[in-house]
Design a protein around this ligand. Structure first.
Ligand code: SF4
Length: 402
């Protein structure tokens, strides 16, 4: 499918919107009231440091809502204002934050149901309004909604669209897109739908496996079994790993994406020689600034003497998980929670250890003076961070009187 031609035609349709509807000011005020926090503003103004009793809070210097998320949420609110009576759907969570998604539900925005692991669009009718979330939607979904005569409000972050342009450039010159991402993440599903031939690698280890295969060959069946869910239909490792371009899910670990790009570049130099690199390798910088800033801020924060970290964000949020990985790599006990409700009653916390199910830890706050590092993913409103801090302060003051 010529995805570029499809997008051009969609973008010129009167049923397609990707800018606001002129209600920006009113919506911004509403968003500030619902999601901003005066406490967090004070802590920012105080050099990202705050003390209450024997607890010192150290906030990462970049955390929380990124502009792409703010823009998507604002567009969704504007859509409700602009279409007060129409049935409004969203193809997935607008962003990976439970409180924001719940708020949209209260505004009568419906989520496309998932039946037996697949989205069920059967209830979506002509004239319905459908919002595409910040991490985009697959080209097949866009096509279906367009053909059904829906009004489409596209909140896809421009950083994500930039990755789509990259894979389309690979496709144009018959390069295979190597996508650093999670094959079942909505953003990567959307990105791969714009690619031609593609292979998704989760991490450096998988990238090394692929590069070894390029250099030395290997067991084709084992290769296909390993990437069965992570490659385009009809993928052939002998034929499709000769010319590769690098792309990424925007929220992966920045350093790892760079290492993967360099690894493939070195591999192609080794295999074909430096003079022929351009015939076999291409790469565009598509790491999103917000992801980069949050990861850099976290890398600075973990250099400080912290007793523990609380990482706040949706459990299915890729960028939040990567922030937690940084804490773990630096040997700091960390607790990933998605809301303040996970703390208590008493000195207990319900949290999600990396790559494990949610679990409960008792006595998670040691009874001594503590320095606690705090960060939050790009989908987490400041209000949620404030609620977490207030829970921690309340817990400590209870401990002090008991
Ligand atoms: S994290 Fe980056 S790519 Fe994702 S919504 Fe925010 S700005 Fe856009």
């Amino acid at each position: 499918m010529d995805t570029r031609a499809f997008k051009r035609s969609l973008h010129s349709s009167e049923n397609y919107h990707r800018k606001g509807f002129g209600h920006g000011e009113a919506v911004n005020q509403q968003l500030q009231g619902e999601y901003q926090s005066s406490l967090i503003q004070q802590i920012r103004a105080n050099g990202y440091r705050w003390q209450e009793g024997d607890v010192t809070i150290r906030l990462a210097e970049a955390f929380g809502f990124c502009w792409g998320v703010e823009r998507a949420v604002a567009l969704a609110y504007e859509t409700r204002t602009h279409f007060p009576t129409e049935r409004i759907w969203i193809t997935n969570e607008i962003i990976h934050n439970p409180s924001v998604n719940e708020r949209l539900r209260q505004m009568a925005v419906e989520f496309i149901p998932v039946v037996n692991g697949a989205k069920d669009f059967s209830e979506v009718r002509q004239g319905d309004v459908v919002i595409l979330p910040a991490f985009g939607a697959s080209v097949q979904e866009m096509q279906l909604l367009n053909e059904r005569g829906c009004t489409i409000v596209d909140t896809t972050c421009p950083w994500v669209s930039k990755v789509w342009h990259s894979v389309e450039k690979h496709k144009k010159v018959s390069f295979t897109s190597i996508i650093h991402g999670k094959y079942n993440h909505e953003e990567t599903i959307a990105t791969s739908s714009f690619a031609g031939t593609y292979l998704i690698v989760l991490n450096l280890e998988e990238a090394r496996y692929v590069c070894d295969y390029i250099l030395k060959g290997g067991d084709r069946e084992a290769f296909m079994a390993k990437f069965a869910k992570a490659c385009s239909t009809g993928f052939d490792p002998e034929r499709d790993l000769v010319r590769v371009g690098i792309a990424n899910q925007t929220t992966m670990l920045k350093g790892e994406t760079e290492q993967i790009g360099k690894l493939f570049e070195r591999t192609m130099i080794q295999k074909y020689g430096p003079d022929r690199l351009n015939e076999h390798f291409m790469s565009f910088n598509t790491i999103c600034d917000a992801t980069q800033e949050r990861q850099d801020a976290m890398l600075n924060l973990v250099k400080e003497p912290l007793d523990l970290m609380v990482v706040i964000g949706g459990y299915n949020s890729s960028n939040t998980t990567h922030l937690q990985e940084i804490a773990i790599e630096h040997g700091i006990p960390s607790y990933h929670i998605d809301s303040a409700d996970r703390i208590g009653p008493g000195n207990r916390i319900q949290h999600k250890p990396l790559h494990q199910n949610v679990t409960v830890t008792e006595n998670w706050l040691p009874n001594r003076p503590l320095t606690i590092g705090i960060t939050s993913g790009a989908s987490t409103p400041d209000k949620v961070v404030e609620e977490v801090l207030n829970k921690i302060f309340a817990l400590r003051s209870l401990a002090a009187v008991s």
